[in-house]
Design a protein around this ligand. Structure first.
Ligand code: C5P
Length: 233
């Protein structure tokens, strides 16, 4: 499995994105395009970043009836991204539909990973708002198992859950983990954070890093530090 650092391109315009990516000169980091940038700039931004040679995780978190998700995934498969995602709470049937839609005529497809419970959802809001009374940890592992049954490649989770997900779903089942900060950086709105070095020890396969790189005085140096710590080089 190829471990990597994914930079969250949480910008609201393509000018800001290209200004940021230009700093990397010859390097082509794996990047994440989220809802803000995608909705601001449309599919063209995906094509432009792809044509510059970057791998792309398109983080749109689909959740709808299986047929709609299947057809939306078919459109996304044509954008030639490397990874995309959905909400596991859409059920196993929705996830199976997503795989069908995403798979191209030649049998290839981007990696597909599932969000289990958002990290903004805690035990209290899950019980009160969603009427799910089980412990959140159990719910996360159950949703991860459902994603595996549906044929997905992995889940988005905290580095602190990566080991348990691998224990339940196997080491080949990919863990993509946000909530990572370089030591000394502000935590911001993330509740439980780990360093890239700790995420490596805990078994994360990909770390998603936003502000520790995009907000750094020297983003290229911060990215290189994340890579060194996470890959242990
Ligand atoms: O700036 P920061 O490193 O906190 O950015 C993390 C990125 O990962 C953001 O794009 C955020 O939306 C995303 N993310 C997250 N937690 C999740 C899922 C996605 O922080 N559970």
């Amino acid at each position: 499995m190829s471990k990597d650092v994914i930079i969250a391109l949480d910008f609201d315009s393509k000018e800001k994105v290209f200004n940021f990516l230009d700093k990397f000169e010859g390097k082509k980091p794996f990047v994440k395009i989220g809802m803000e940038l995608y909705y601001a700039e449309g599919p063209e931004i995906v094509k432009e970043i792809k044509s510059r040679g970057h791998k792309i995780f398109l983080d749109l978190k689909l959740h709808d009836i299986p047929n709609t998700v299947k057809k939306a995934m078919k459109v996304l498969s044509e954008l030639d991204v490397d990874m995309t995602n959905l909400h596991a709470s859409g059920t196993i049937n929705m996830m199976k539909g997503a795989i069908e839609g995403l798979t191209r005529a030649d049998g290839t497809r981007p990696m597909l990973i599932a969000v289990t419970q958002l990290t903004s959802t805690d035990q209290e809001s899950m019980e009160n708002d969603l009427l799910i009374k089980e412990p959140i940890d159990k719910v996360v592992m159950h949703y991860a198992s459902n994603a595996k049954i549906a044929g997905l490649d992995g889940v988005v989770c905290s580095p602190l859950e990566a080991g348990k997900v691998h224990g339940v779903c196997g080491n080949e089942f990919v863990t993509v983990t946000p909530g990572v900060r370089l030591a000394g950086d502000a935590v911001g709105d993330q509740k439980r954070v780990t360093t890239p070095a700790l995420a490596r020890e805990l078994g994360s396969d990909y770390i998603v890093v936003g502000r520790s790189i995009t907000g750094a005085e020297n983003p290229v140096e911060a990215y290189n530090r994340c890579l060194r710590e996470f890959l242990g080089e």
